[in-house]
Design a protein around this ligand. Structure first.
Ligand SMILES: NC(=O)c1ccc[n+]([C@@H]2O[C@H](COP(=O)([O-])OP(=O)(O)OC[C@H]3O[C@@H](n4cnc5c(N)ncnc54)[C@H](O)[C@@H]3O)[C@@H](O)[C@H]2O)c1
Length: 440
């Protein structure tokens, strides 16, 4: 028996989903509150302007496999799966308005209460992390009087299509992402998308919901970066399109997963210096570059956040592992660990620091000058081994530790709390450790 699908909200996403789901072989009922959209669909006319969609909708309606209604209850009773694609616009304060989601979820829940077979609900609308577990599933349970995983099954399945090419994107998305409860492989969605050429990733609800936000925010960040940097460059007679074309040729650092692992602040002798220089080039020509200008303050805010996390701990001695701006170097210039240590010392914390590559006697040149300025008493707080830093410490802050020093850390840790800024493998699940990851 072929699955029957209802699509709630037949705007840009819903109309495309409805048409494409018919082309994948399913019977579809579209549901909306807008009478004119319902009437258009039922006449075989697409409610939106999009490549390919007019023919798709006309064909789907003519074949009797697509129709539209305003009756949520009947749509739910007559179908096996409901896709939710109602709008989630910005509220006045910038937060997302989930009013339409709440309405439609409640109506679906009530209908599920009257159904004898389990129903599947799939959230296509963009909703904030936590919506499934904190809002939608409890509402569905309350409205239906049934339990998730028994009377109904809920999945989040964010939509990654772009207006203008959405039919093509529906059939060839970067991936199919499904948020599901623990242990549920989302077989039903794998069946529905069997005809779509894309890998399926199943993740916890909150992760799936987050990826959609990350994607759109990242696209916005890329655009802001390209537009502002392009404006600055053009003020200096540069063809920014050509500069960006070449920039994008670097697939190892520029267009890649590099620098996309959330963690502690960046530093070193290049990134901060060149970032400041680009902002100053903008200033000198009066080119507005508010986005670029916020990058260094954003980085400093991460150091501030870590300082605040540390400040919540009981006063005692901190072991800071890692001082250079990254592992494998003794370069201390603009290291965020130096900035953190300086701030902690300034507030009267006691610290012992270990970094295998940093020995004060061997520091030379601008590196030495920097540290003499920032941490003049480094000699007194730098210790030669992980054990000497960690023994007796009341808090261990892991910046970077490599090789055999990691083994020594595992052996030396007793029961003191650990604040991990890097995501060191094996530490998180150690017995008896009070572990805190920076953002994981
Ligand atoms: N437009 C895109 O390219 C795109 C891409 C990916 C994700 N999204 C997300 O998908 C969702 C839908 O976006 P859209 O652009 O299709 O919005 P849209 O405004 O075009 O369509 C939303 C539809 O929902 C209907 N609706 C509102 N309340 C309803 C209710 N209670 N019952 C039934 N229908 C109701 C509206 O009448 C409208 O037709 C949003 O969360 C959006 O962020 C959009």
């Amino acid at each position: 028996m072929s699955l029957k699908v209802s699509v709630l909200g037949i705007g840009y996403v819903g109309a495309v989903s409805a048409g494409c789901l018919v082309s994948l072989g399913f019977d579809v009922v579209g549901v909306d509150v807008a009478a004119e959209k319902i009437a258009m669909i039922n006449r075989g006319v697409s409610p939106i302007v999009e490549a390919e969609i007019s023919t798709l909708i006309a064909g789907a309606v003519a074949s009797g496999r697509l129709r539209a209604t305003d009756d949520v209850e009947r749509a739910v009773l007559e179908t096996d799966v409901s896709f939710i694609s109602v709008g989630t616009p910005s509220a006045a304060d910038g937060s997302v308005s989930l009013r339409a989601v709440d309405e439609v979820v409640w109506a679906i829940g009530e209908a599920i209460g009257r159904k004898t077979s389990p129903h599947v609900i799939v959230m296509r609308s963009t909703v904030p992390p936590g919506t499934a577990e904190d809002r939608v599933i409890p509402a569905l349970e309350q409205a239906s009087g049934k339990r998730a995983g028994e009377g109904f099954f809920y999945y989040s399945n964010p939509e990654f299509l772009r207006e203008g090419t959405s039919v093509r994107d529906f059939h060839a998305p970067p991936f199919t992402l499904v948020g599901a409860p623990d242990g549920d492989a989302a077989a039903i969605l794998r069946t529905i998308y069997a005809g779509v050429d894309a890998p399926v990733h199943v993740a916890p609800y909150r992760i799936a919901e987050s990826v959609k936000y990350l994607s759109n925010a990242y696209h916005a960040v890329k655009l802001a970066f390209a537009n502002e940097a392009g404006s600055v460059l053009s003020a200096y007679g540069v063809d920014a399109r050509e500069a960006f074309r070449l920039f994008c040729e670097d697939r190892s650092l520029n267009i890649s997963a590099a620098y996309l692992r959330p963690g502690f602040a960046f530093g070193g002798s290049c990134l901060p210096k060149d970032m400041r220089s680009l902002v100053s080039l903008a200033d000198r020509k009066g080119v507005p570059a508010p986005f670029l200008a916020q990058v260094m303050p954003s980085n400093e805010a991460i150091i501030g956040r870590v300082f605040d996390l540390i400040s919540r701990h009981k006063r005692g001695r901190i072991a800071l592992l890692g001082l250079a701006f990254k592992p494998g170097t003794d370069d201390l210039r603009e290291s965020p660990f130096v900035a953190l240590a300086e701030r902690l010392l300034g507030r009267g914390w006691e610290i012992r620091i270990f970094d295998r590559n940093v020995q004060t006697a061997r520091l030379v040149g601008s590196n030495r000058a920097f540290i003499e300025q920032e941490l003049p008493h480094l000699d007194r707080i730098l210790v030669p081994s992980v054990a000497e830093a960690v023994e007796g410490a009341t808090l261990v802050v892991i910046g970077h530790v490599t090789g055999s020093d990691q083994d020594e850390l595992l052996e030396t840790l007793t029961n003191q709390p650990v604040l991990d800024l890097v995501g060191l493998p094996h530490i998180r699940h150690l017995d008896g450790i009070v572990y805190q990851g920076l953002c994981w």
